[in-house]
Design a protein around this ligand. Sequence first.
Ligand code: SF4
Length: 474
Amino acid sequence: MEPRCHDFSRNVERALANRNLQAAISRTTGRFLEHRNAAVRSFPGDFEAAREAASRLKLATLRDLDIHLARFIDEAERRGAAVHIARDSAEARDISVRIAREEGIGLAVKSKSMATEEIGLNEALEAAGVEVVESDLGEYIIQLAGEPPSHLIAPAVHKTREEVARLFADKLGEPYTEEIPELVAIARRRLREKFLSAGMGISGANFLIAETGSIAIVSNEANARMATTLPRVHMVVASIEKVIPLMSDLPPMLRLLTRSATGQPISSYVSVLTGVRRPGDVEGPSKLHILLVDNGRSAILKGKYREMLKCIRCGACLNICPVYQTIGGHAYGWVYPGPMGSVLSPLLLGLREASALPDASSLCGACADVCPVKIPLPDLLLELRADARAQGHRTPAEVLGMKGFAAIMGRAGILEALERIGGVFSQLLFKDGKIPWLPFRLSGWTDRRDFPAPAVRPFRKVWKSKRGVLPWNR
Ligand code: SF4
């Protein structure tokens, strides 16, 4: 997928003009969030302690990532896998195409994988003459629509049932139906033919287990299991930070991942795949290729953004983010949306392409509160904003505006005077407490909502009259 993060403002305009979008998103993410909160309340044990332990485990693993990766590669190869390493997306695409050619693949079925989206795998394979069919229902829908995913775990979250019904009728020639079981049955029938005739199954990995060279895949549809066991060849595409040291590390991570993603104590399918098919096995691929993708992660690992590599792609930060809820995933302009994408995309693509994304946050902190591995997303967003400024990705007007703002906020006398003036204007002009229109670039604040007018009696004055001294002046 060609990045379009630099077009963030235009993407947002388009998203806000789509009347279906917010309803479609909040229907699904709202449910995920409710279930996640219920799962946290009924968690068997101390959820905070589990988050802390998972965060520590991921950090410790990242510290010795080279050692764990080397062990993973040894163990996977010992069990018959061929492990490939790609420094960047282009190399990952080349390796994938070479594998497909050498294995004589004409049709591949694929289960959901963000790493394959990141490297643009489908486009590369299709250009090489390989038909790639997405087998996750959400991915199948967006593949038919010719769109990228808009959520980490619910790729078609932006589509309403009616839109899917129309898509199936138009693209598949099926009779129009809005009944979800009927839509699912159509997809299942179509996909089954593909599963049975595909030469290669492609999957991602939720975790790579160094101790045994295994791949763990979490899913709520049986498609991942079918894609990884029915075709003769299985190709796994995973980014390097997915590795965890031991098999015993998997259960605590799964407990957090599934609860944070959908609120399930465990997802419907957890597959742990180790090596190729052995004599006596009734199913499984005879060839297993594991493609480990770096794509800038080694550099991230060395710097101040290392904690972002703890991410286990649960999607909880998207579900709770007011910005994501409003603009959806496509507006972020690349593979990774929401707060995690606002950090990860600039790190992977560079601030020249994605300098607007760290601003796509109110810094309310809700994302950090729900993150199962305790990634300090607001802190990382602030760091990125500072880097964007230092690297010259802010206009002189923005820099001047923020300097002025800082100067006022740092001088109590000026602030109080402005508050008094604002209060007088509020009384005269904005009696309902709302400013309906602001000029020039400030109109972004008022185009789609009213801006709160300055309080007639500012907060600082109220506080002083009740408590005496402001806490920060003590
Ligand atoms: S940043 Fe945290 S909450 Fe967001 S997807 Fe990653 S692990 Fe989940």
